[in-house]
Ligand binder design. Structure first.
Ligand code: SF4
Length: 211
């Protein structure tokens, strides 16, 4: 199994080259904008998030400006991302908490991030790995699905999967590996119709053509 895991890591790196920052498909400048874009990406595609953040970050580029924003205006700007009332409240509260506790700067640890509005463990992992180039892995629905199909874990709970994967991945490879699983899930191994016949991992995947 260890050889297969190493082969998986290598093939995915060849299929989806680059580091964590370049593999992330959200548009942002700096950790604050990354955090806001990631909060907005819940139940929404990166393409739609990117279509609203250009205007949002044009008006409110940092925590201090978004902390003082009119909530209704923010709701209107982010409406296409869905759940917009909740998300608007979260990103404004998140910004206010950053201003109050960290002088507007985004902290770079999971423990501090998950105390902030709108930030769960997955979002915190995106921020520390993509925003600060630190070790970690963000476990979303694609990572849950693919790590199961590829036989990398027997768990379905995101935190157990995170610990499972971090148990054998090299720390600084983990973030990019997670983002490559996400890209493979979006492009090849979709939830309903995985394209096993065209999948470059087919010969080493235990779920090949069984779904
Ligand atoms: S072979 Fe099929 S199930 Fe396995 S990773 Fe590829 S698309 Fe997914």
């Amino acid at each position: 199994m260890r050889e297969i895991k190493e082969e998986l890591v290598q093939r995915l790196a060849t299929l989806y080259p680059g580091d964590a920052a370049s593999l992330c498909e959200l548009s942002f400048e700096g950790p604050f904008q990354l955090a806001v874009a990631t909060i907005l990406s819940a139940q929404c595609t990166d393409r739609i998030v990117n279509s609203v953040t250009e205007a949002l970050f044009g008006l409110f580029p940092d925590a201090k400006s978004l902390a003082g924003a009119d909530l209704g205006r923010v709701e209107t700007l982010i409406r296409p991302t869905g759940f917009y009332r909740n998300k608007a409240q979260n990103i404004v509260s998140f910004s206010r908490e950053l201003v109050e506790r960290y002088d507007g700067e985004v902290p770079d640890t999971i423990d501090r991030l998950v105390e902030l509005s709108g930030v769960g463990r997955k979002t915190a992992n995106v921020i520390v790995t993509v925003g600060f180039s630190k070790p970690g892995i963000a476990v979303d629905t694609h990572v849950i699905r693919l790590s199961g199909r590829l036989g990398l874990t027997e768990f379905t709970d995101p935190e157990r999967i995170e610990m499972d994967l971090l148990g054998w991945l090299a720390p600084l490879d983990a973030a990019a590996f997670g983002l490559r699983l996400i890209l493979h899930g979006r492009r090849v191994c979709s939830a309903r119709k995985p394209k096993c016949e065209a999948c470059p991992l087919g010969d080493i995947c235990p779920s090949f053509s069984t779904l």
